[in-house]
Ligand binder design. Structure first.
Ligand SMILES: [Ca+2]
Ligand SMILES: [Ca+2]
Ligand SMILES: [Ca+2]
Length: 320
């Protein structure tokens, strides 16, 4: 998401999850208002006015986010009129990188946690000035442990006791993928098959186009497509998805085999005497013989016999 007044806002929400978004160049990156027990994780917010903004929101977990070059990395705003209220938001394993103000807090009586204890650790702060020569819960044992030896002080009431020396690894964005189903099927003339597609990760597409044997299927631009082939043969089908950034994805190719409608030997959309006659004329032949007629070998076993005749009889009178 780029250039929005706000990337993601949730209001009066319980147990929501905001995860794996990339938000750039906007007003608010992620904003929670009056929301509880939510998870804000593995998001990247860059070059916004406010990276993450929590107001009047309790018991939320903010972890694994990377907030880079925002005017304010995170802002916590809670009601000063109820000084005994606990807000109990947990923030750890976030990366605060190069924000003009890394964290700004307007709250009273809160118990925000800025670390996950020892040895799990707190957050990475790009302006942390401490060193790492010691370890242990009190950072008084010899040997470095990846955690700064002195706390990172946001203000006298807000302290990250275990600041990380190196950034918490940002999640690698998963490449977008497009899946279509089914990838293979065998149907006969007169049957339909419904293709469904799903796009995972990355920008969501805004347009779709289905292709059949390399050619666009006219007016088939939904993520679903009902394929009703009239001709026998093998069809290779894939889908192209394009988003508003002109990025496109191509699905795997599905292979669909279409056989004749059972018993309709001459493919005239009905099973009748004409089909029975074709089988009768070639009856008893096998592949390579002079009167061999591949049309009449309905079950494709290289001989024209009672089994083929039975297929005509069993479907006699059917139309498609
Ligand atoms: Ca240390
Ligand atoms: Ca027929
Ligand atoms: Ca046969």
């Amino acid at each position: 998401m780029t250039g929005n007044h706000a990337g993601v806002i949730i209001v009066f929400s319980n147990c929501s999850s905001i995860s794996k978004n990339r938000i750039t160049s906007g007003g608010h990156g992620i904003r929670l208002m009056y929301s509880c027990n939510c998870s804000v994780s593995d998001n990247n917010v860059e070059n916004c006015e406010l990276g993450i903004h929590l107001s009047y929101s309790r018991y939320n977990t903010i972890n694994g986010n990377t907030l880079t070059n925002n005017s304010v990395g995170i802002i916590l705003l809670n009601s000063p009129v109820s000084p005994n209220t606990t807000y109990h938001n947990n923030l750890h394993h976030n990366n605060f990188i190069g924000n003009i103000v890394q964290a700004r807090i307007y709250e009273n009586g809160s118990d925000t946690c800025w670390d996950d204890g020892y040895p799990s650790g707190g957050n990475y702060w790009s302006d942390y000035a401490g060193i790492d020569n010691y370890s242990g819960a009190n950072q008084d044992q010899p040997g470095s442990d990846g955690i700064g030896d002195i706390p990172y002080i946001i203000d006298p009431y807000h302290v990250d006791n275990y600041p990380l020396i190196t950034p918490n690894q940002a999640p690698t964005p998963s490449p977008p993928i497009i899946l279509i189903r089914p990838l293979s099927a065998s149907i006969h003339q007169g049957q339909s098959i419904i293709f469904a597609s799903t796009v995972s990760y990355g920008y969501q597409p805004c347009t779709y186009q289905w292709y059949i044997n390399g050619t666009q299927v006219a007016n088939k631009t939904s993520h679903l497509w009902t394929f009703s082939p009239l001709e026998t043969g093998t069809y290779h089908i894939y889908m192209l998805a394009i988003n508003d950034q002109d990025n496109y994805l191509i699905s795997e190719t599905a292979r669909i085999k279409v056989t004749r409608f059972p018993g309709d030997v001459n493919e005239d959309h009905k099973v009748d005497l004409k089909d029975a006659l074709i089988v009768t004329v070639a009856f008893g032949e096998c592949l390579g013989r002079p009167k061999w007629d591949s049309q009449a070998d309905i079950d494709e076993d290289c001989k024209i016999d009672l089994k083929d005749y039975y297929i005509v009889v069993a479907n006699y009178g059917k139309e498609w």
